[in-house]
Design a protein around this ligand. Structure first.
Ligand code: CMX
Length: 434
């Protein structure tokens, strides 16, 4: 069944289910918020719905019920490839069903057909300083596409609420078709010869993205596919997901919503951590004259970072309490393709040493590595050494999850988000003095 037809069927079923749940169980309690949670970043308060994935603190992410090893095994692969195609994870996130090979081919074709980018968007990008951070350029690139939003146009024409999801879907498909070319051009204009590399119709989404960046290496295409699958979604409370959802709840169109989400991804505690990891590793190797550290030297460097009040990038997580399975998947890729790489060896050493040190340090609730602890060294190995760019790669992938959910937000008619805030004075009067 074609994607949009399948989605329409799923939406009708889910609308019924949600209506019944709300009618019969709407008053039941999911979670209560404590004073610590109000001051503490709202950790663990269950107060929003996110259909595309769910994060278990011990096991890690499941996309529509499938773990990372399962999606790596079950999703269709490129011809001759072993890693799952991002088109497949997108289909799964959006519909909840595993796609066939034919299904993913259709998604590739549809994204190819929608991939032409208006001239004005290139002009906007060309007007930006080349030394502007790639994430800033990326967010502006998304906003430059906003005038072409079908949702905004239809909304202005008076589209009824029940149909909001339809132009949101169209905007999502256009955005996903166009983001790789925007991102690749940012890469080329910031670090290379500034010439755009045209996409190739025969290539899948991930391989074409790599090609447009100027890298035609089948092994890197495999990494790109894996990377785009692993970073696509991490339930709803993380900053990029929640921001996209929150901004979208004002009925801001998918372009505004995604651009805002990307601004959140650009923070060092979120998506920027992948570049910080590489920065940290390189600094250490530079200090040691390009050599790998001994375990003692590594321990000292980690303690120095902690004692100077900085975080160890790539370690810890707001929800996870075990090694991130996205880290494990990238480690498996490295063991297969680049076991002798020096940076990879250092990342592996940090994995042996840092958890114990973070535990002794006694602050981080999770001493284990997250996705960002590994991704940079893989990019570096294949020649993408401009680490300011890594969060843009993360962003292209994350767009799949947050936009798929935005379609569901509209399909389920989720309203404007407006949690209640209180002041410290209110807490004193209503909690402390009671
Ligand atoms: N190194 C040193 N200290 C750390 C730490 C780390 N890797 N992780 C957490 N801590 C500290 C926190 O800074 C906090 O200290 P204060 O009490 O002084 O503020 C304390 O431990 C408790 O924090 P927590 O509850 O364990 O972690 P949070 O939920 O507040 O934050 C995260 C989670 C990811 C921001 C944090 O672990 C961190 O800063 N890690 C390093 C940056 C990073 O890797 N970010 C990427 C996350 C994945 C992603 O979103 O892309």
């Amino acid at each position: 069944m074609p994607l949009k037809e399948l989605l329409t069927k799923k939406i009708t079923e889910m609308q019924e289910q949600v209506k019944t749940i709300l009618k019969e169980h709407g008053e039941k309690v999911l979670s209560q918020a404590t004073v610590s949670q109000a001051y503490g970043g709202m950790r663990d308060i269950k107060c929003m719905v996110w259909e595309t994935s769910l994060l278990d603190p011990m096991e890690g992410i499941r996309f529509r019920g499938y773990s990372i090893p399962e999606v790596r095994e079950k999703l269709p692969k490129a011809k001759g490839g072993e890693e799952p195609l991002p088109e497949g994870i997108f289909w799964l996130l959006l519909t909840g069903e595993l796609p066939s090979k034919k299904d993913v081919r259709e998604v590739t074709k549809e994204w190819q057909a929608r991939s032409e980018i208006p001239k004005e968007v290139w002009k906007t990008l060309n007007a930006l300083p080349k030394n502007m951070h790639p994430m800033t350029q990326f967010s502006i690139g998304i906003l430059a596409l906003q005038p072409y939003s079908l949702f905004s146009k239809k909304y202005e024409e008076g589209l009824p609420k029940a149909q909001y999801w339809d132009p949101t879907y169209e905007d999502m498909m256009n955005l996903l078709a166009q983001l790789p070319a925007i991102a690749a051009y940012i890469y080329r204009r910031t670090y290379k010869d500034g010439k755009r590399v045209r996409g190739k119709k025969a290539l899948d989404w991930g391989a074409n993205f790599a090609h447009m960046m100027g890298i035609d290496n089948p092994e890197y295409s495999e990494l790109m596919r894996l990377y785009l699958v692993l970073h696509c979604d991490h339930e709803g409370g993380n900053v990029s997901a929640h921001t996209t959802h929150l901004v979208g709840s004002a009925l801001s169109d998918p372009y505004y919503s995604l651009s805002a989400g990307m601004d959140g991804l650009a923070g060092p505690l979120h998506g920027l951590a992948n570049q910080e990891v590489l920065h940290w590793i390189q600094n250490l190797m530079k200090k040691l004259g390009g050599k790998l550290p001994t375990k003692d030297e590594l321990s000292k460097a980690l303690w120095d970072t902690l004692n100077s009040g900085q975080v160890i990038p790539g370690y810890g997580h707001a929800v996870l309490r075990k090694t991130d399975p996205r880290y494990v998947a990238q480690r498996e890729f490295a063991l297969k393709h680049m076991p002798e790489d020096e940076h990879f060896k250092l990342v592996s050493m940090i994995y042996e040493v840092a958890p114990d040190i973070l535990t002794k340090h006694g602050k981080a609730k999770n001493p284990w590595p997250n996705v960002d602890a590994h991704s940079g060294v893989l990019q570096w190995y294949y020649g993408v050494r401009e680490y300011d760019f890594y969060s843009v790669l993360f962003g292209v992938s994350r767009a799949m999850g947050v936009l798929a959910q935005l379609v569901w937000d509209r399909a389920l008619g989720l309203p404007l988000e407006r949690p209640k805030s209180v002041t410290t004075e209110w807490i004193k009067q209503n909690v402390v003095n009671k």
